[in-house]
Every structure is written in C-alpha cells, then in structure tokens.
Design a protein around this ligand. Structure first.
Ligand code: PLP
Length: 389
C-alpha cells in the first residue's frame, strides 16, 4: 500500500516553524512560565447570553436534523440587518448572504467554484496561508502581491504586470490585515473595484477583523464601495467579533453569482451549520452589543500596555489600527526567526516570526493581544531584561 500524498498536498509550502515548535515544547516541558503571544485565538469566553441561546436551542429537536445548506432564513436576515446597521450596505438575505462553517472554510473553498488549472490567483504576502492553499488545491497559480510599508501595506495594483492581470481569475485582500494589523481606506477598495472590472477578476475580501478596532475608528466594508457587489464578495466572521472561534459560523456576502458558485461547492461537501449554533449566532447578531464593546475595551487596554511598554524599551512599534495583533520590528542585526527563538529560549515568550506569513514579513515578529494585560506587561519586562532594543 502506498500512501504517498497527492501532488496538491506535496505542493503545500514547507512548515517553517518545525525548529521553533520543538524548542517551544522543550520550554513548556521544562515547566517554565510561558507567555503565549503566538496564537490568533481569543482567550476570553463567548458572552454568556450567546452560550445560553445555544443551550436552549440544543434541546429543540428540529435542530437535531440536517440543517438547510443555505442556513436558516432568520440567520441570513440577521446578517443582512447587521450589514445595514454597521456599514449602510443593503443585501438581499436570500441571494447575497451565504452562511459558512467559519470564514476559513469559505476562503479555502471559493477557488473550487471559479479557478481552473493554470488560472492566476492574486494573493497578498505576508498573509493568511489559506488563500494560497486553495489555489494549489485547484491547480491554479499564485501571484504574490507584496505588502510594503511605502505603500501603507496595500498591494500596488499598478505594479501587477499586464499579462498577469490578464490571466488572473481571482484576487484576495484582507483588511483589517492579519498579520500586519493595518486597515485600508475606502479609496483603496474603490481602486480594487476598478481594477477588477477592467481585468474581469473576482474579488474576495477577508474581513475577519473588521469589528476588532481601536479608538472607536470602525474599519469600512469593501461592499460600501459602489460597484463592489458586481465584482466581489466579503467574508465576515463571528469568530473574532464575539469570541466564537470554536463555533464555526461566518458569512460570505455580496455578488450573488459568486455565492451561488460557492454554495454549489458546499452542497457537495458539507450539510450546513448545526441549527443550534445558527440560533446562537442569531442571538449574537440581534441581541445587546455591550459584550462587543467590552471586548474592544479589553483589547484596547492590552494594546496600549504592550505598545507603550515596547516603545519605552526603544522598539519603534506602530500600535495596530485594528485586529488583535501587534507587528513588532525586530532588533537591528537580527532576523525574525532569530528574534522568535531568542524570546522563546531566554524569556519563555511565544511569538510568530513575520517571514512565516511571506518573505515581506521578514524583519518583524507578530505578537497577539490574546493574553491579559498583566501578562503583556510581564512580557515587556522580560524583553527589557534581554536588552535587545
Ligand atoms: C481568524 C481568521 C480567519 C478565520 O476565521 P473563521 O471564521 O474562524 O474561520 C480568516 N481570515 C483571517 C485573516 C483570520 O485571521
């Protein structure tokens, strides 16, 4: 019996962090007090009224059967209503809203609907790895769009060669950005719409963090731009907004034909979201939002503590505009990997080296704000003792 993986799996990028993971396990096994600033997963629990809605809904036998592929009408309506309130965007709940088992699922499956072997997919780097995995799984080719400081970490669409733009079928963008934690202005989204129209490219905007923001400055939706719905869709997730990463519920919104393609793929792979989880998501979207305000307040306090602490050490970190990441420049003369390793071995702090998200991430490590303020202050103190900056 040969169990050689298919070529599509063999083509996945090599895992860069094997060595770092080994050391991480050693540090943990040695019983050290590890501060984990590596994982992008909220440490706070889901708000109690949402958990209660799940508990109640779990006893409803109607929820024990296969769910509808396209989700409950009340869930699609709750999502459309939220987009109207939050962004002023009008969506038809029956054709322009598609519930997903988390946005990762949609972001990874959309290629199956629209990308043929040899088609080009435009993907930002550094970035979330799933955009590229989906391309590989369909035999497409990724064209990397570098995110550079001199362009405010936005892809330079004018720098994309004409022959590439011609062959491109799909484009991914992600704002607020993971890992860089910057936002994009509406003027950039308008440029993307014009570019997509000109070259007949389908746009997928990953907005997983659009409701994790600071100082009350709410990031916009791609769908706010006139014409956006003609060229693309946006992924909105419950995961980060309501501390619901484990629940697996998100939405794709926008272009009805793109959603129909994604729905067709999904109808062959999954059978919808557990009905009780849908009911809980409805309760989250339609219910009181003070839980969300509290979540934002907590991240803001953490951000301010970590960034002020790092700056006091001489590290020229820019506080994030949104998302729960801090994109920290490494000390002079060190690489991302060396910095991550030193922090791990000498301070028992877990971070992610920026180049793990793409070569343009070299020179940075990503720290998450998913640890309490006192732990972040403790991390700053330990980094200070290393005299790296
Ligand atoms: C967390 C994250 C997701 C996945 O969100 P789910 O809805 O939980 O699948 C998607 N994109 C980015 C950039 C993320 O960081």
């Amino acid at each position: 019996m040969t169990t050689t993986f298919a070529q599509r799996l063999q083509k996945l990028p090599p895992y860069l962090f094997a060595e770092i993971d080994k050391v991480k396990r050693q540090v943990m096994a040695a019983g050290k007090d590890v501060i984990n600033l590596g994982v992008g997963d909220p440490d706070m629990p889901t708000p109690p009224h949402i958990v209660k809605a799940l508990q109640d809904a779990a006893t409803n036998a109607a929820n024990h059967q296969y769910a509808l592929d396209q989700g409950k009408p009340a869930l699609r309506k709750a999502a459309a209503d939220m987009y109207k309130r939050r962004f002023g965007v009008t969506l038809d709940p029956d054709k322009e809203v598609l519930p997903l088992l988390g946005s990762k699922e949609g972001v990874g499956h959309i290629h199956l609907a629209f990308v043929n072997p040899g088609d080009i997919v435009l993907v930002p780097e550094p970035g979330y790895p799933v955009y590229h995995s989906g391309t590989l799984f369909t035999g497409g080719e990724t064209y990397w769009m570098p995110l550079k400081k001199e362009n405010n970490y936005l892809p330079d669409l004018d720098a994309i060669p004409a022959d590439i733009a011609k062959r491109a079928r799909m484009m991914f963008i992600c704002y607020p950005n993971n890992p860089i934690a910057v936002t994009a202005p509406l003027s950039f989204f308008a440029k993307v719409v014009a570019f997509a129209k000109k070259h007949d490219i389908l746009v997928c905007h990953d907005a997983a963090y659009c409701d994790v923001y600071y100082d009350g400055r709410k990031p916009p939706s791609f769908l706010e731009v006139p014409g956006a719905k003609e060229v693309g869709i946006e992924f909105y997730s419950m995961s980060k907004t309501y501390n619901m990463t484990g629940w697996r519920v998100a939405f794709a919104m926008g272009n009805a034909d793109m959603l129909a393609g994604l729905a067709k793929v999904k109808s062959n792979l999954d059978s919808g979201i557990f009905g009780a989880v849908q009911d809980a998501a409805i309760a989250a979207l339609n219910g009181p939002q003070d839980c969300h305000a509290q979540i934002l307040k907590t991240y803001q306090e953490r951000r301010d503590a970590l960034c002020a602490g790092l700056r006091a050490l001489g590290c020229a970190v820019e506080p994030p505009q949104a998302a729960f990441y801090v994109w920290v420049p490494v000390p002079k003369g060190m690489t991302s990997a060396q910095t991550t390793m030193k922090l791990l071995e000498e301070a028992a702090i877990v971070t992610t080296p920026g180049n793990g998200f793409g070569p343009c991430g070299e020179g940075f490590v990503r720290m998450t704000l998913t640890a309490p303020t006192e732990r972040l202050k403790e991390a700053v103190e330990r980094i200070g003792k290393l005299k790296m900056y």
